[in-house]
Structures are given as structure tokens and as C-alpha cells.
Design a binder for this molecule. Structure first.
Ligand code: THU
Length: 127
């Protein structure tokens, strides 16, 4: 699958976001080794701190289906800025990855930047 194809899946997932509060829809597409893709969107809550980000939604779906080995993650938001994963999502993903995970951060015009997880979260917490 190409980067663009994975980003298209992330964009489609953003259409399922539940965002009555921020109105900021985010979609994620997490590609597992072997090719299976899990999607996620952000799911907000009136208790705002209980909101779940798109990336964590995708990761939890994958883990709960028995998939823990990830190679690429595409993130999309209809934004002027590249949609970067928040700190909590970086830490959450690091639980299942040694840092080689490739993260594609997209913006509204379809352009994207690519990082490794270890670049976005060096010295990750673990014990
Ligand atoms: N959000 C994500 O889905 N992923 C991130 O990495 C950062 C933020 C969501 C949470 C909330 O629903 C909205 O974006 C605004 O913060």
C-alpha cells in the first residue's frame, strides 16, 4: 500500500469522528506488519478529558484484535497544519513499538510529513 492510500483511509476515518465539542475531526490508519489496517477516529466526551484520540482508537482496536506489530500510521485532519500525534498518543504507541513506527502526518491539502516514533518521542518512558 502506498503512503497516499493509507492517508486516504485515515481521511475516510476522520469522517466518522465524534467531535461535537472541538469540531476538529481526526482520522488514523494503523498498518500492521502483514498489511492489515485498523482505523480510528477521535471520540469526544462531555467530560472533555475522557476524549479518546484517533491514534489511540486505532491502536486499541488493533491490540484488542490481537495485532501488536505496527509499521506505519497515517494521521489526517482537515487542518492548515500537519496533524501531529499528541504526547499521550506517542507514549501509548511506544508501548507496542521500539520506535521504528513510521508516522505520516497529513494536512488538508494532502501534503504530509513523515517521522519515526523515536524521533517524536525519544527517551520514552518504560520500566
Ligand atoms: N486529537 C486526536 O484525535 N489526536 C491527536 O493526536 C491530538 C488531538 C483530537 C482530540 C480532540 O477530539 C481534538 O483532536 C481536539 O483536541
Amino acid at each position: 500500500m502506498t503512503d497516499k492510500e493509507l492517508l486516504t483511509i485515515a481521511r475516510e476515518a476522520s469522517g466518522r469522528a465524534y467531535v461535537p465539542y472541538s469540531k476538529f475531526a481526526v482520522g488514523a490508519a494503523l498498518e500492521c506488519r502483514g498489511g492489515r489496517v485498523f482505523t480510528g477516529c477521535n471520540v469526544e466526551n462531555a467530560a472533555l478529558g475522557d476524549t479518546i484520540c484517533a491514534e489511540r482508537t486505532a491502536c486499541v482496536k488493533a491490540v484488542s484484535e490481537g495485532y501488536r506489530d505496527y509499521v506505519r500510521l497515517a494521521i489526517y485532519a482537515e487542518s492548515q497544519n500537519y496533524c501531529m500525534p499528541c504526547g499521550s498518543c506517542r507514549q501509548f504507541l511506544s508501548e507496542f513499538n521500539d520506535g521504528e513506527l513510521e508516522i505520516l502526518c497529513c494536512k488538508a491539502d494532502g501534503r504530509y510529513v513523515s517521522y519515526r516514533l523515536k524521533e517524536l518521542l525519544p527517551y520514552t518512558f518504560n520500566y
